[in-house]
Design a protein around this ligand. Structure first.
Ligand code: MN
Length: 257
């Protein structure tokens, strides 16, 4: 039997399940908030063109207003100054958009410390237990932060010192970018960097190193708790925005039962 025939049979029987990792897109979908004087991205918004009325008696449709980095989205290498000559989002390799994914789960640590940072030692311990990271694949960082996704305020978790959300240390970001075989790094939070990463050296280390290494970021993921530690196949489908720095995307995972 062909591989694809076996796959479609498995999808029909339920032996392979498709898990939706995407945050629904609506006006309340949390977005990144940068302090002044930096420019901020748009909230997602529908602008109704017609709804079975004078403007279009038999049809309903909308224009959409959105940022490239609104909701579950892909960060392209050219998003950051370190990757300014790198690929744009329309140029994402198919081997990056459909690739193996593994999950590292730090939910328990983040529950007691929202500023928790993933370190290289955590990934090395994961590899000792679960084997090497997948060549050309994705590391998905489960933090439990999707549980904070109901409101902008809870998702940012900010006080006078700034946002408190989990991420990776600068050294770990450098390691993922430069020493790991991964093509990308996915998170549950609003961006791949920790809430406090503006104060890291270099600032926003995950963006700095990942984009600088021509790698990809994926944010605001949900349902990572439904994925196995290894063995899932990630499917990412950003809009092919020519010259774009990122795109809202559907993110799906195939898992085997
Ligand atoms: Mn982004």
């Amino acid at each position: 039997m062909s591989v694809l025939a076996a796959l479609t049979d498995a999808l029909r029987s339920g032996a392979v399940e498709v898990v939706d990792l995407t945050t629904p897109l609506q006006e309340s979908t949390p977005i990144l908030e940068l302090p002044a004087p930096f420019a901020n991205t748009s909230r997602f918004r529908l602008e109704e063109l017609s709804r079975y009325d004078d403007r279009g008696p038999a049809w309903y449709w909308n224009d959409i207003h959105t940022g490239e980095h609104t909701g579950t989205h892909l960060d392209a290498p050219n998003h950051w100054v370190t990757g300014r000559d790198g690929l744009d989002v329309s140029q994402a390799p198919m081997a990056t958009l459909v690739a193996p994914a593994v999950v590292i789960d730090k939910t328990a640590d983040v529950a007691v410390d929202p500023d928790f940072l993933l370190e290289v030692s955590h990934i090395e311990a994961w590899e000792a237990e679960h084997g090497p990271l997948p060549d050309g694949g994705w590391l998905l960082y489960r933090t439990g932060w999707e549980a904070h996704g109901a409101t902008q305020e809870e998702f940012m978790n900010a006080d006078e010192a700034g946002p408190h959300t989990p991420g990776v240390s600068a050294e770990c970001a450098r390691w993922i970018a430069q020493s790991s075989p991964l093509t990308g790094f996915g998170v549950e939070t609003v961006g791949t960097d920790a809430g406090g990463a503006g104060g890291f050296d270099p600032p926003f280390s995950c963006h700095h190193f990942l984009m600088g290494a021509n790698k990809w970021g994926l944010t605001s993921l949900r349902n990572l708790g439904r994925l196995p530690t290894r063995g899932a196949v990630l499917l990412v489908s950003p809009l092919p925005i020519v010259g774009g720095s990122g795109s809202p995307t559907r993110a799906l995972a195939l898992i085997e039962h």
